[in-house]
Ligand binder design. Structure first.
Ligand SMILES: *Cc1c(COP(=O)(O)O)cnc(C)c1O
Length: 353
C-alpha cells in the first residue's frame, strides 16, 4: 500500500467497468454500446463546436437543458445535466440519497450503487429480487431514507411497468426515489409522467445507450425543481463545467434528430428479439428484455466458463461473478453480423466436451 494514500483511498473498492480492449476484429458485446453511430447531425454539430474551445462552456448548459425540457415536456428548471449519468447519480447520492435511514436498492442491479454508497458514506440495505429476478414493490415496505433502482433493471433487462412505480411512489411519499432509466428507450415505460404528482421522484437518463454517445459523456436528471436545485448545489461545489462545448452541442443536436433516434432504437429492439430467439434455440434461458442487452444462462454450462470460452473466440460479453448472477451472461445487442458470430461461437463451445 502506498504510504501517501488517504484513509478514504485505502478503503475504496472501485467499480470495475467492462473492458475496452484493442483486439482486432473483436465482437464487442460487453458494455451495452450502440452498434450504430450517433446521429450524423450530432457529429456535424460537434465538429462545429470544436472551433470555439478557447472559451469555457456555458456552466448551466442552457440550450441543452431547454432542448431536454422540450423533449420530455418539463420546465428547464426541472432538468439537471452531468458528465454521464454516472456523475448525475453520484451527485444524487450526496444531494438526495444520503439520509439518516438506510438507502434501499435491489440486490441484483447496477453494481455502481454500492460503490457510491461507500464513497459518500451512505448506509444502505439491499432488497432481494424474487426467484425470477423480478423487483416487487411490496418488498420495499420497510424503514428507508431513500430508494434507488434501475428501470428497466440491469443486468436483468426486466422492466417494471409504470403503474408499479406509481404504486411504489404512493407508498413512499416522504423519501427521495431515484429511477435510473439508462435503458428506457428500448421498451420500458418511463416514470417521467409521474414527476408532476411526485416532488420526491428523480428520473435519470443517459445519451450513452439509445443515442449512441457513450464516448461523449452526457447524462441528465428530470424532477421537481427543488430536487434539481440540490443537485446543482453539489455540482457547483465539485465542478462548475462538467459538460464541455462539444458535449453540449452534440447532445442538443442529437435531441433534435428524433427520426434517427426512433429508427436506431427500433433496429436495436428487432436485433434483440432475433438474438433472443437464436439463444433460445441453443438451449439458453433468456429473460424478457426491455433493453439493448439480454441476460441469458445455459442449463448445462456456467457463466464464467462460457464468457471465457467466448473471449477465446474474440467475442466479449459481460459476466458478473456474484452468487445470484454467476450462471448468467449479459450480452449487448450488436449488429446482425455480431449476432451471427456470437451464435456460431456459442454453438461451437456447446458441442465441445
Ligand atoms: C450505462 C449505465 C449508466 C451510466 O451511463 P453513463 O451515462 O454512460 O454514465 C447508469 N446506469 C445504468 C444502469 C447503466 O447501465
Amino acid at each position: 500500500m502506498n504510504p501517501f494514500w488517504s484513509q478514504t483511498a485505502r478503503e475504496l473498492s472501485p467499480y470495475v467497468p467492462g473492458e475496452q480492449p484493442r483486439i482486432a476484429d473483436l465482437v464487442k458485446l460487453n458494455t451495452n454500446e450502440s452498434p450504430f453511430g450517433p446521429s450524423p447531425r450530432a457529429v456535424e454539430a460537434m465538429q462545429a463546436a470544436a472551433g470555439s474551445l478557447r472559451l469555457y462552456p456555458d456552466p448551466e448548459a442552457t440550450e441543452l437543458r431547454a432542448a431536454l425540457a422540450a423533449h420530455h415536456g418539463v420546465k428547464p428548471e426541472q432538468v439537471f445535466v452531468g458528465n454521464g449519468s454516472d456523475e448525475v447519480i453520484a451527485h444524487a447520492f450526496v444531494a438526495l440519497l444520503k439520509q439518516a435511514k438506510p438507502l434501499l436498492f435491489p440486490d441484483v442491479t447496477y453494481s455502481f450503487y454500492p460503490v457510491w454508497a461507500q464513497l459518500f458514506g451512505v448506509a444502505y440495505e439491499t432488497v432481494p429480487l424474487d426467484d425470477d429476478l423480478r423487483q416487487r414493490v411490496e418488498d420495499y415496505r420497510r424503514e428507508a431514507g431513500a430508494i434507488v433502482f434501475a428501470n428497466p433493471n440491469a443486468p436483468t433487462g426486466i422492466a417494471l411497468p409504470r403503474a408499479e412505480i406509481a404504486r411504489l411512489l404512493e407508498e413512499h411519499r416522504d423519501i427521495p426515489v431515484l429511477v435510473d432509466e439508462a435503458y428506457v428507450d428500448f421498451g420500458g415505460e418511463s416514470a417521467v409522467p409521474l414527476i408532476a404528482r411526485h416532488p420526491n421522484l428523480l428520473v435519470v437518463q443517459t445519451m450513452s445507450k439509445s443515442r449512441a454517445l457513450a464516448g461523449l459523456r452526457v447524462g441528465y436528471a428530470l424532477g421537481d425543481a427543488g430536487l434539481v436545485e440540490a443537485l446543482t448545489r453539489v455540482k457547483d461545489s465539485f465542478n462548475s463545467y462538467p459538460l464541455g462545448r462539444i458535449a453540449q452541442a452534440g447532445a442538443t443536436a442529437s435531441l433534435r434528430d428524433d427520426a434517427y433516434f426512433r429508427e436506431t432504437c427500433a433496429r436495436v429492439v428487432a436485433g434483440r428479439e432475433a438474438m433472443a430467439r437464436e439463444l433460445a434455440k441453443l438451449g439458453f434461458v433468456v429473460l424478457p428484455s426491455a433493453t439493448n442487452f439480454v441476460f441469458a444462462r445455459h442449463p448445462a454450462r456456467g457463466g464464467a466458463e462460457l464468457a471465457s470460452a467466448l473471449r477465446d473466440r474474440a467475442v466479449l460479453v459481460r459476466h458478473f461473478n456474484k452468487p445470484r448472477t454467476a450462471p448468467w451472461l449479459r450480452i449487448t445487442v450488436g449488429t446482425a453480423d455480431d449476432t451471427t458470430r456470437l451464435v456460431a461461437a456459442l454453438a461451437d463451445i456447446l458441442k465441445t466436451r
